[in-house]
Design a protein around this ligand. Structure first.
Ligand SMILES: Cc1cc2nc3c(=O)[nH]c(=O)nc-3n(C[C@H](O)[C@H](O)[C@H](O)COP(=O)(O)OP(=O)(O)OC[C@H]3O[C@@H](n4cnc5c(N)ncnc54)[C@H](O)[C@@H]3O)c2cc1C
Length: 497
């Protein structure tokens, strides 16, 4: 039987934060948008610790700030770390940018079932045609461009939607991204495995840090401890692949074993019980989740969120990158549909900004992981793996930068080595120094925030937040050489005058 054929301006695949953000910001400009989601929401997802740019930047642009407030998510003022060679746990706070410290210097710890549902329902409220239980089975294209998708509706009937643009926001386990061409390049450095579950009755850090994410290093890797409510805690172990054998067999015992070897988390869970029923009753694993695709778009199609790239979760960057990419993709598509900018220029801006954001996080996280290094140094391991005729540091940077695998975004190896040497040293030095600096409002802040790499990591997140808070009053300079800037409403691109 031939499929039922419809048309739309844009089809978005996937109703996670990346897909909902893109779809809503397209619908706000009056376009006909169909969002196809495989599952019926609310559905489980990992990735519970958010950043302020998502809550106060993207959240405001989407118009969900009040709803997020009403959902009573745990307020996260920053993170608490037992990391590096410094045995003393230390905090970092979001109250870093003087113009934003105060009312917007916090984020939330969220149950993703609730958070993603709020974003998806908001998309529908803004005019997106949301269709759940509707998996996309095929991307329709010809030699020139992508033309639409086929999907199976809840009735089991095959449908086809023809559209000017297809946005793939279907996450890291879907294969739809392959339709954009290129290849998925897995990080040789962040080859970690995560094992996680949920506990009732875990202890909390003292106020006002009780909502902080706690990240604690231990011999095999590090653990996250995320307070989702006064009583429910998400607990996960991120371990390097060489310890994978420890996950064979009983996964509950493996998780409890990691807890037992991570002093600080063990203490926090001493009176807690593991949740064993319902959505949170399962022990889950995820692996191979750090990668970037060699291309993020082709004519008629663009990748957003985990469909495009993802890095290790230690600094809770996944939802930020997915929603930021959603904003960039929506700006590009809105500009092309309005006839203001060519597709090539609009998506060049999209990919340039997106890769820049990914790269600064990658560099930051690589430096941050390096602080864990001991005689089994990552640099040394990198040289062993690559067999690279260079110093350990150069081999390491070439490896994490993807230079040896031909990743276009990391072609200037010398520059990267220099940047990395500087940022890694500055970060390590900052973490070594206990004690704290103070923000203008008197909040205590870790020295980590004084380092140049952190400033760079924060720049674009702050732009997104300023855009959310100030709306049309926000003034942005081009981020890329000869690049575009956001339109007054922030939903499209324009040339600089
Ligand atoms: C161990 C671990 C811990 C993490 N911790 C954090 C954290 O603390 N903070 C953070 O910000 N991020 C974290 N992340 C990352 C975070 O989970 C992701 O980056 C984020 O969910 C990406 O959002 P997305 O919208 O791109 O994809 P998703 O949230 O995965 O949404 C994709 C959607 O597409 C749907 N879909 C898939 N295939 C199809 C199809 N064929 N047709 C239609 N629909 C389809 C799926 O059902 C899903 O709803 C973590 C990741 C891991 C692995």
């Amino acid at each position: 039987m031939s499929p039922i054929i419809e048309s739309a301006d844009v089809v978005v695949i996937g109703g996670g934060p990346g897909g909902s953000t893109t779809a809503t910001l397209l619908a706000k400009r009056g376009h006909r948008v169909v969002l196809l989601e495989k599952e019926t929401f609310p559905r489980y997802q990992i990735g519970e610790s958010l950043l302020p740019s998502t809550v106060h930047g993207i959240g405001r642009i989407l118009g969900v700030t009040e709803e997020l407030e009403k959902a009573s998510f745990m307020v996260k003022r920053g993170g608490s770390f037992r990391w590096g060679t410094n045995p003393v746990p230390w905090n970092f706070l979001f109250a870093v940018a003087p113009e934003l410290s105060g009312p917007t210097s916090y984020a939330y710890q969220v149950e993703r079932m609730k958070f993603d549902d709020i974003l998806l329902r908001n998309a529908a409220k803004n005019g997106v045609d949301v269709r759940e239980n509707s998996p996309v089975t095929e991307v329709v294209s010809d030699d020139e461009r992508v033309r639409g998708v086929r999907y199976t509706g809840p009735d089991g009937v095959e449908h086809e939607i023809r559209a000017t643009f297809v946005v793939d926001a279907s996450g890291n386990r879907s294969r739809v991204h392959q339709n954009v061409g290129g290849e998925r390049l897995y990080s040789d450095f962040f080859q970690n495995i995560a094992l996680f579950g949920y506990f009732e009755g875990g202890k909390r850090l003292p106020a006002p840090d009780s909502g902080n994410i706690l990240c604690a290093a231990f011999d095999e890797g590090w653990m996250w401890y995320i307070p989702l409510s006064d009583t429910l805690t998400s607990v996960g172990a991120v371990i390097s692949r060489e310890h994978a054998a420890k996950l064979q067999g009983d996964q509950e015992q493996a998780l409890l074993g990691f807890v037992d070897r991570c002093e600080i988390v063990k203490g926090f869970l001493s009176e807690a019980t593991r949740v064993t029923e319902g959505t949170y009753g399962e022990i889950r694993t995820r692996k191979d989740y750090s990668y970037t695709n060699s291309t993020f778009h082709r004519p008629g199609m663009v990748l957003v969120g985990d469909a495009a790239c993802f890095i290790d979760p230690v600094f809770s960057t996944g939802v930020h990158l997915a929603t930021y990419a959603g904003l960039l993709a929506a700006r590009s598509i809105n500009s092309v549909l309005a006839g203001d900018v060519t597709e090539e220029r609009a998506f060049g801006e999209f990919e340039g900004r997106y890769r820049r954001e990914y790269r600064v996080f990658y560099e930051f996280l690589s430096a941050f992981y390096d602080m864990q290094s001991n005689e089994e140094s990552y640099f040394w391991k990198a040289r062993k793996v690559t067999n690279f005729n260079a110093t350990d540091l150069e081999a390491f940077v070439s490896l994490v930068g993807g230079v040896h695998s031909g990743e276009q975004a990391f072609t200037n190896a010398d520059q990267l080595v220099g940047d990395f040497r500087e940022s890694s040293g500055a970060l390590a030095d900052a973490v070594e120094r206990t004690g704290s600096m103070e923000t203008e409002t008197g909040d205590k802040m870790h020295h980590l925030f004084g380092t140049p790499v952190v400033q760079e990591v924060m720049t674009e997140m702050n732009n997104v937040q300023v855009r959310g808070v100030l709306g049309e009053a926000a003034r942005e300079l081009p981020l890329l050489a000869d690049g575009l800037v956001p339109s007054a409403d922030g939903l499209a691109w324009r040339e600089t005058a």
